[in-house]
Ligand binder design. Sequence first.
Ligand code: NAD
Ligand code: MG
Length: 385
Amino acid sequence: MRKVSIFGATGSVGMSTLDLIRREPDAYEVVALTAHSDVEGLARLARECGAAMAVIGREELYEPLRQALAGSPVRTMAGEEALVEAAQAGADWSMAAIVGCAGLRPTMAALRAGGTVALANKESLVSAGLLMMDAARASGATLLPVDSEHNAIFQCLAGSGLDEVARITLTASGGPFRTFTRDRMRAITPAQAVAHPNWSMGAKISVDSATMMNKGLELIEAAHLFPIGTDRIEILVHPQSVIHSMVEFRDRSTLAQLGSPDMRIPIAHALAWPRRIATPCQPLDLARIGRLDFEAPDEDRFPALRLARQAVRADGAVPAILNAANEVAVAAFLEGAIGFLDIAAIVEDVVNRYSVAVPRGIDDVLAADAEARAVARQVMERLTV
Ligand code: NAD
Ligand code: MG
């Protein structure tokens, strides 16, 4: 029996993880499930899989959660500290699938506790990559990448040393607006932006895919997970999302990982690693797909790519500032407060406007994150008056 916890259980990655776990109920014991505000959803999942504890992120929802789980043996908790406590509750395997920098403290706590951490929550690694990698080294935790590209790279490496790697190619679908002119992008609505052509995902990452900030965040994520120097990490647009990424070795042999665009494949890899388990996912039918296309990314139409590359070169707190500004701008776009092109413009403005010292600990990162959010709101106010 493997003891597992899922942070962000009610989300897209969280539900996909639970889907795999429920297919083999005897193999897993669920320690903790968490959600931000969906009390009913969390309570249902916790009952269904017999979780030992259910944690709701919003403190004021403690009472509704307690009532929803009354009469069950599930222990209920609420608030940010409770998320951290849940990360130290004895799971051998944790899925970090909270969206945004909100996942940083629980993910750090899980890494410090020393088990295996399957990481979907890329924003935490973008904001605090060095600190997270250090924490994993110090505790002996195993960090397994779940983001499909990074999971693909991890699979291609298959134990090879990074000194044997010449180049990493992160593939990108290009999102729903891959062929749009800047002028056409001006009128993009939230509903259009969340409808990704290949993947079904949460709203925030769908918008990030549409602006290609997702690929920018993934570049920073890759720079921490596979430190070969960012100049040797390339982005290649591949609209079919069949090749999930590639590694070229120094002998000029290139390995790629392929599969249907279904997050349950990389999640299953992280769940069973170093073994393999069966999944209900579609087998790859290349004859039906017919062809695979590739094109260079366009940083003029998708400035988020350029901003992320600048941020990873600048390092220090800049990636955290980039991420925080992006989180604020994406939320505002989803609420209809700003336009699609404003997202990258706001991020650029915030990143250029201010700098803070290199973070020495998680508190410094969270302070830079909070400050960048405040600056982003100011920039947005000027934009919308
Ligand atoms: P989602 O919006 O579907 O789910 C997010 C989860 O986080 C929910 O359970 C929600 O309750 C919880 N949450 C949100 N805000 C929170 C807060 N402030 N405190 C505590 N919990 C909070 O998101 P998703 O698409 O599942 O993505 C989750 C993470 O995985 C993101 O970092 C995303 O970039 C990454 N990821 C997702 C996919 C995908 O296919 N969905 C692929 C690769 C990487
Ligand atoms: Mg990805």
